[in-house]
Design a protein around this ligand. Structure first.
Ligand code: AMP
Ligand code: GLY
Length: 429
């Protein structure tokens, strides 16, 4: 099998490492990939958003299967374009990718089909949005840009002045580009957050092991929102009773709603959930694997990833086993100091041999932002590495992940020291 993975971060590296467990996956490529992924796959420098370039390359190389892992090529219709040239691909088509690409689409879908989510209104006019917020007079209030905004288009406002600033940034200054022509203003919810990734074939949905992201840059959930500073799986707040409720009230209705709207969802549907005092509610949908959730979820997958992915494409997921180990995994992100704002690049990374930690069993280093310059591995992004450990229990996985992190070094390295702390405290609150 000749396979192409589209994207170039830690998530794509985790997908490649999982695919490689299948001996049939003999020839794996990644575009654009990155320096560390280059130890596990052939990297090709094509931007993930270059749909025409990617499709031409896929055709020329006669790939048997393409995994579109990143959100923007999905939203741009890369899966549709690959289908036109006869190449099957993992991921939703353009119409189904709207579940992430348009928050207005997602919120209206939930309202129409009675799927629990935060109460909201949508606006295409900043003045009208502010008048609504003022009339409501309830703070904090949440303002979201409609479109993709690199995970940064959500602003939580504590008062009217902050709301006015947020609306100005999104709608008038267009800080997130065209994604800010419309906004969703929604109710502020509270409770533990859970990420659930689920395989879908348009009809059947099979959830993966749950996980917990840590979005803020600094310990104690302080600092700016990032793409994610670390993850643990499973998420202890996601008890079997909560899982059953989510299946009935959220997962099955969402998949049925997408079918009813004429855009059945195939691929990985990411449910960002909040366990509120009124029950589980959807905070966001993503049309793809999460990053860094994938780096703790796929290491626990015991079934063959390629078989499951192909089942989502072929509509045979109901007959396909999706089994996870009963163990735990923890991923700690090693970031460049200054991330998510400005940071340096090109800093030599020490402690790794061919991108991995020698001699550390059950530890894998996923490369998010690395490059190889003159044979030396160097930093090349905000999130640099994701160090994942798997173990029978979460405390062991966390201990091993942090011990492994201690043996890796680059100048101005930043990491959170409390990944998993809230998960360990669950049940003791
Ligand atoms: P998102 O980019 O949609 O994942 O949102 C980023 C983060 O903002 C989420 O992980 C939540 O922590 C927070 N958030 C989003 N929507 C709400 C809401 N309605 N109430 C409270 N927090 C929210
Ligand atoms: N870790 C959050 C996301 O992938 O959107």
């Amino acid at each position: 099998m000749k396979i192409l993975v589209v994207g170039g971060g830690g998530r794509e590296h985790a997908i490649i490492r999982a695919l490689k467990k299948n001996p049939a996956c003999t020839d794996i490529w990644c575009a654009p990939g990155n320096g560390g992924i280059g130890y596990d796959a052939h990297c090709q420098a094509i931007a993930a958003t270059d749909v025409a370039g990617m499709v031409a390359f896929a055709k020329e190389q006669a790939f048997d299967y393409v995994v579109v892992a990143q959100d923007d090529p999905l939203a741009l219709g890369m899966v549709d374009e690959l289908a036109k040239v006869g190449i099957p691909a993992f991921g939703p088509d353009k119409a189904a990718a709207r579940i992430e690409a348009s928050k207005v689409f997602a919120k209206n879908l939930m309202k129409k089909y009675g799927i629990p989510t935060a109460g909201y209104e949508t606006f295409d006019d900043a003045g009208a949005a502010l008048a609504y917020i003022r009339a409501q007079g309830r703070y904090p209030t949440v303002i979201k840009a409609d479109g993709l905004a690199l995970g940064k288009g959500v602003l939580i406002c504590q008062n009217e002045a902050e709301a006015a600033d947020a609306l100005k940034e999104i709608m008038l200054d267009k800080k997130f580009g065209a994604s800010g022509s419309r906004v969703v203003v929604e109710e502020f919810l509270t409770g533990p957050e859970v990420s659930v990734l689920a395989f879908c074939d348009g009809e059947t949905v099979k959830p993966m092991v749950s996980s917990m992201d840590h979005k803020r840059a600094l310990d104690g959930d302080r600092g700016l929102n990032t793409g994610g500073m670390g993850t643990v799986a499973p998420n202890p707040y996601y008890t079997p009773a909560v899982a059953e409720r989510c299946r009935k009230e959220i997962f099955l209705p969402t998949v049925a709603a997408m079918r009813a709207e004429g855009c059945p969802f195939k691929g990985c549907l990411y449910f960002g959930l909040m366990l509120t005092p009124d029950g589980p509610k959807v905070i966001e949908y993503n049309c793809r694997f999460g990053d860094p959730e994938t780096q703790v979820v796929l290491p626990l997958l015991e079934s063959d990833l390629l078989t499951v992915m192909q089942a989502t494409t072929n509509g045979t997921l109901a007959e396909t086993e999706v089994r996870f180990s009963t163990g735990a995994a923890a991923c700690v992100i090693l970031a460049s100091g200054g991330y998510p704002l400005s940071y340096g690049k090109g800093k030599p990374i020490s402690g790794l041999v061919e991108g991995q930690l020698p001699g550390a069993a059950d530890v894998t280093v996923y490369h998010a932002g690395t490059a190889v310059r003159d044979g030396q591995l160097v930093t090349a992004g905000g999130r640099v590495l994701g160090v994942t450990a798997t173990a029978p229990t979460l405390p062991e996985a966390l201990k091993n992940a942090y011990a492994a992190c201690d043996t890796v070094y680059f100048d101005a390295m930043h990491r959170r020291s409390d990944i998993g702390a809230r998960a360990l405290a669950a049940g003791k609150e």
